[in-house]
Write a protein that binds this ligand. Structure first.
Ligand SMILES: [Zn+2]
Length: 310
């Protein structure tokens, strides 16, 4: 059973110790997709620090980061993914500190956007960001007294990375796994098959606690990751059941599956259902006319292939 933990006191602008040698500073950009704001993490002791997710382009947040950094040297600026609530602050922080910016690469949607796809969520892609150093999966960033290992976790965006802190106890999970909510998996930035694969990758890792891009820590992370995967499998089953019952459009499926949904969240629900349908089409279980899109018509294909996910 999936249980979210929304208990979180943002303490905007303050450097809050959250783990050994890790402080969290939350930007004051609360909203429906950012919860109480974007979390920036400072990793390391006094000598040299790494900064994970500098956050939005916000002078107050930059000032809070520089105040918490104090006289320390910033050795690395790491970015989990290129959404506008995470990466735009990197350039100003790099200019102020001289530190290099590291990320998987520039903004990368899971598939090319189509001309009619104007509905975008989660503050949208930061197409200005270009890392100084591109991190491949498994790349190790050596800091002063700590190391961070890049873990490719596409799904929310094509270029999403998590960062495992040495010792195997803590993982910075970005927007891939968060305690307060499920992650947005919305085409074209996101892809459900990638997201499920990335959950499986984390489930096989040793870290027990995650520090996410929004909200408080994820405790008992392996069980929570398993619950997230089960939740999506259940959602997929519900969507397939609606198709079998004769629903043909995303609007009809959303109405049936998301009972009591806040109308303001209907577009997000529609994109989430689209993400599942794109995956089902790719697996040969559903047909789309003409292409999988918010306005397409869908029907189940008469195949007995069981779902691929384990
Ligand atoms: Zn975010």
């Amino acid at each position: 059973m999936l249980q979210h933990d929304r208990a979180f006191e943002p303490q905007w602008g303050a450097a809050v110790p959250v783990a050994p040698r890790v402080r969290r500073i939350t930007a004051e950009n609360p909203g429906p997709f950012t919860f109480q704001g974007t979390n920036t993490y400072l990793v390391g002791d006094a000598g040299a620090l790494a900064v994970i997710d500098p956050g939005p382009d916000d002078p107050r947040h930059l000032a809070a980061l520089l105040s918490a950094i104090g006289g320390a040297r910033v050795s690395h600026i790491l970015v989990t993914h290129t959404h506008r609530d995470h990466s735009p602050g990197a350039a100003a922080l790099a200019a102020a500190t001289g530190a290099p910016m590291l990320a998987a690469g520039p903004h990368r949607p899971a598939r090319p956007p189509r001309p009619d796809e104007t509905a975008r969520l989660d503050a949208g892609g930061d197409t200005d960001f270009v890392p100084d150093i591109a991190l491949a999966d498994g790349a190790v960033v050596e800091g002063e007294g700590f190391a961070l290992t890049a873990v490719a976790t596409p799904g929310h965006t094509g270029n999403h990375l998590a960062f495992a802190l040495d010792g195997g106890e803590w993982l910075f999970s970005g927007d891939h796994v968060m305690a307060w909510s499920t992650s947005i998996v919305a085409p074209p930035d996101g892809a459900m098959a990638d997201y499920m694969d990335s959950l499986a990758r984390l489930a096989a890792r040793p870290e027990r606690a995650y520090l996410p891009g929004h909200g408080g820590p994820v405790r008992d992370a392996p069980a929570y990751v398993a619950a997230l995967a089960a939740h999506r499998r259940g959602r997929e089953q519900a969507i397939r059941a609606r198709l079998a019952a004769g629903d043909e459009t995303i609007a009809a499926i959303v109405q049936a599956v998301y009972v009591g949904l806040d109308p303001a969240l209907a577009p997000a629900a529609g994109l989430s259902v689209l993400a599942h349908l794109e995956d089902l089409v790719a697996r040969g279980l559903v047909a789309a006319d003409p292409l999988p899109a918010l306005t397409a018509q869908f029907r189940p294909l008469p195949r007995s292939t069981p779902p691929v996910y384990e």
